[in-house]
Design a binder for this molecule. Sequence first.
Ligand SMILES: Cc1ncc(COP(=O)(O)O)c(C=O)c1O
Length: 283
Amino acid sequence: MQTVFEYNVLAPGPVNLHPKVREALALPMIHHRTPDFDKILARTLQKLKTLFRTQEPAFILSSTGSGGLEALLVNTLSPGDEVLGIDSGKFGERWCEMATTFGAKVTVLKTGWGEAVKISEVAKHLSDHPNTRAVICQACETSTGVLHPIRELGELIHQYPQTLFLVDGITALGAVPMPMDEWHIDGIVGGSQKAFMLPTGLSFVAFSKKAWKQIPDAKCARFYFDVRKEMKANQKGETFFSSNVTMIRALDVVLDLILTEKGLENHFEQIAERANFATSPEI
Ligand SMILES: Cc1ncc(COP(=O)(O)O)c(C=O)c1O
């Protein structure tokens, strides 16, 4: 018998797959326009909302995290909108570039390497530029490991009725507490291969009530990532395009592991313990 080579993936993502996830990924295919799949989709979307800590709908997109980043921009912005982009490393730089590609006028606020953004600098920019349509920021800038003060940024941006706070939570969502509604996050994206402990290929997004008010008026070109289409389809128990059945079944399993078997708070504590261990000066 051929031995399957097992190795340990020690990265922010992809990560090792739980045996139950591997079992789910190996299940026979079912069609996505069936009552069986509709049930799986409905309960998985419900569990996602619990993880996002939001009362608003959460969406599953068949794309890597970057598709989710694009979805946050194209559903809320119009060409010419003023955007403040926090650039604290590779992923911040790329998201600013993406917003510029869609026609936003991006002012880039660069931090030092490995440094979090200073609230005072964002506050000054917003008071000098009250027309700012969005502030875009990583929760964790994976290229340096820095965590930005998302809660404090949310409190600040919430005071500006025209400004949305869009957060790249691709490595952070599901790994550190980030209750979307309570922290006034207007759009957030998570990625399957990171804290969701799945293979690459899904992204997860949700929008606040404040963002939903702007979604109908956003003029950026959008088709595949138009969340209004996805919302309508989800309300009928389906996804708009063909569903990623295999990954959604695996997501269903992993969300049970996190939310029911472990409990979200325990899950966050375990991750914090590991992070503290990995960054302690003793090792
Ligand atoms: C913070 C952050 N943003 C964006 C991305 C890009 O995600 P993807 O490669 O899944 O499109 C990554 C990937 O590592 C990331 O860590």
